[in-house]
Write a protein that binds this ligand. Structure first.
Ligand code: ADP
Ligand code: G6P
Length: 498
């Protein structure tokens, strides 16, 4: 909830993100008879930002990716949302199939995503990236043009994530000097050695230095960004003590702010009297097992095959756990147009089948794997029920699932096993059981530790984790971002008055 009188909530806010807060979809029916339904923001950042943009009566600019999205927009591709309330303007950018292939599946997700997650081998090859980069530039320019049509001298532009590495500089050229541009980079920043593999790396650095403020989840990513600027961008002056970069005629301030989740909402959802045994039964899990849980987008950065290898080792080492412990893995297919994601899906499914045929019995499977949609209420019930939550990314900017698990653990008896390679580990590492996701034996041993941990120790750890997750929640993150923006915005305006 945002206070209208909150001095830090900008009066003229323009949010830019790839994903949109509201999608219009056709429902059953034919031709003009078809009715249109609207999805609500699904959770996470979009749901968290929505009330802020409402309060500011702002503008949100995003890719319009739903079939029916453009059936409801005006000639400028704008629609008033939420439906019936008309609190703010959503401007949808209509992208051709070719643009989506190159900008989203191409440069965003086959160059920047593998680059920033330290998978240089998965970066697409030279034959395709230059075409994809041109489209990335074109799409960034279209978003920048859209921002310029809405921006005033008082505007704060707030850009989300790696889909818009070039937009800040393109926006800066077109909007009043007094308007402020801030950007949050939600994924890691790579080492200079890896960044050397980035085609058009200099353009991306220069693009991002069009921002007045650039935010990361943890200090390490901001430091690596400064190192990359020093090494690869001629003419940029980095002040490593003050976290400031001067480039051409602008100054970019770097900040770190670990994003949180809407902890109260997860806590409340977990306390509802959902019949968790029925949810488990539906998935084929017996209600009396000791339960391990994994919840991830099906992405190679999440370390799912490594997790399965550790589970196999765990069942080898602990024959007495066979029939008694079940690991439930909920995976959400993602970016399935990309070969690396297709290969990952195939590998994960075949490994689950192999491990299950090795240890499974007529009435028990060691790993229950599902790609079915799980409602937020059922997800929270599963988080609450889980005895051990296994989060094993090879690299992850933050990892919100870890925090959602903690916020949902209202009985304070579950154990969080958390990869040291996540942004979340910087905050929660002390009271989670730390794992190195590539150490098969180590993860198996950590799971043993977690399942044998005395109740009082589990409670002590979970209490501390919950204090952190409730204090540094999504609202705190937004307040802190807006406070940093307001400080800069104020100084820009006063410079202008002089
Ligand atoms: P990423 O952003 O890389 O996918 P995060 O852990 O930071 O990873 O955020 C993932 C978000 O997607 C969380 O809010 C999580 O609850 C949600 N999510 C993932 N899988 C599911 C699922 N099967 N059902 C519902 N929500 C899911
Ligand atoms: C990560 C990215 C987000 C992205 C999300 C889902 O969290 O940081 O920007 O929206 O993954 O990926 P998708 O490609 O489906 O938007």
């Amino acid at each position: 909830e945002t206070d209208a009188d909150d001095p830090d909530c900008p009066e003229s806010l323009i949010v830019v993100s790839n994903r949109q807060p509201y999608r219009h979809e056709y429902e059953d029916g034919d031709g003009d008879e078809r009715s249109i339904a609207v999805d609500e923001p699904a959770g996470g950042l979009t749901a968290g930002l929505d009330p802020v943009v409402r309060e500011a009566s702002g503008t949100w600019i995003a890719w319009g990716d739903g079939e029916a999205d453009f059936a409801v927009t005006d000639e400028n591709d704008c629609v008033a949302v939420p439906p019936g309330e008309d609190a703010y303007t959503l401007q949808r950018i209509d992208l051709s199939e070719e643009a989506v292939d190159s900008y989203y599946y191409g440069f965003s997700n086959q160059v920047l995503w593998p680059l920033c997650h330290e998978f240089p081998d998965l970066i697409e090859n030279g034959d395709t990236w230059s075409n994809d980069f041109e489209w990335y530039h074109t799409v960034n320019e279209r978003f920048a043009d859209a921002v310029a049509t809405h921006a005033t001298a008082e505007s704060v532009v707030w850009i989300q994530d790696y889909h818009f590495g070039l937009a800040p500089r393109l926006i800066r050229r077109q909007i009043p000097e007094t308007a402020t541009i801030a950007h949050f980079w939600h994924i890691p920043w790579p080492t200079p050695e890896t960044f050397a593999e980035c085609p058009a790396g200099e353009d991306v650095l220069a693009g991002l230095l069009g921002n007045d403020l650039l935010g990361f989840h943890v200090d390490r990513y901001a430091r690596l960004f400064m190192e990359c600027v020093e090494q690869y961008l001629d003419g940029a002056v980095v002040d490593r003590d003050r976290w400031i970069v001067d480039y051409e005629d602008g100054t970019t301030h770097l900040t770190t702010d670990a994003m949180g989740v809407d902890a109260d909402t997860y806590d409340r959802a977990a306390r509802q009297d959902t019949d968790v045994d029925a949810v488990l039964a539906e998935l084929g899990v017996s209600p009396d097992v000791t339960l391990g849980l994994g919840v991830d987008r099906l992405d190679y950065s999440k370390g799912i095959p490594e997790r399965l290898a550790a589970l196999e080792r765990f069942f080898e080492r602990n024959p007495d756990r066979r029939g008694e412990f079940t690991f439930l893995q909920k995976a959400t297919p993602s970016r399935t147009g990309i070969p690396a994601y297709q290969r990952l899906g195939e590998l994960v499914r075949s490994e689950v089948t192999r491990i299950n045929s090795r240890f499974g019995t007529d009435d028990w499977q060691p790993i229950v794997y599902t790609e079915e949609y799980v409602s937020q209420e059922n997800l929270c019930a599963l988080y609450r029920r889980a005895d051990a939550m296994l989060i094993s990314p090879l690299l992850d900017g933050m990892n919100l699932v870890a925090q959602e698990f903690v916020a949902s653990s209202v009985d304070e008896d579950g154990v969080l096993l958390l990869s040291e390679q996540t942004g979340a580990h910087e905050r929660l590492g002390d009271d989670a059981v730390t794992i190195d996701p590539t150490d098969t034996d180590g993860v198996a041993a950590a799971l043993e530790t977690a399942l044998e941990m005395p109740a009082d120790e589990r409670r002590r750890r979970m209490r501390t984790l919950r204090e952190d997750v409730f204090e540094a929640d999504l609202e705190a993150w937004m307040d802190s971002q807006f406070a940093a923006i307001a400080r800069l915005h104020g100084s820009r305006e006063s410079t202008d008055e002089q």
